[in-house]
Design a protein around this ligand. Sequence first.
Ligand code: ZN
Length: 116
Amino acid sequence: MHEMSIVQTLIEQVEAEVEKSGRSGRVVGLDLVIGRLSGVNADSIRFAHEVLAPGTILEGSTLRISQPAAYSDCRACGVRAEIEAFSMQCPHCGSDDIVIDGGRELLLQSIELEQT
Ligand SMILES: [Zn+2]
């Protein structure tokens, strides 16, 4: 599963960040941003986190995932519409002269460390 390797990378990233910050303590929470068009399934990420976190710096941490929507900006009719899936057409007028904005993010937004 694709998401397993994403979470594996995430764990390494968090370890590196915490080490760099020079702080110690358990990681209690993580904020992830997973765009709706990123192709990454948030439920699979949660599952992978559950499976992989024990024994790592993420053991016992809470995962908070936000899933920003994507928008299509139509250059023909000017309508900006939220889209659920990748689309090549404006949902308003059907023109293919659109620009997809957002929804493809995949990033670690913040790490919450236990207050010591
Ligand atoms: Zn349009």
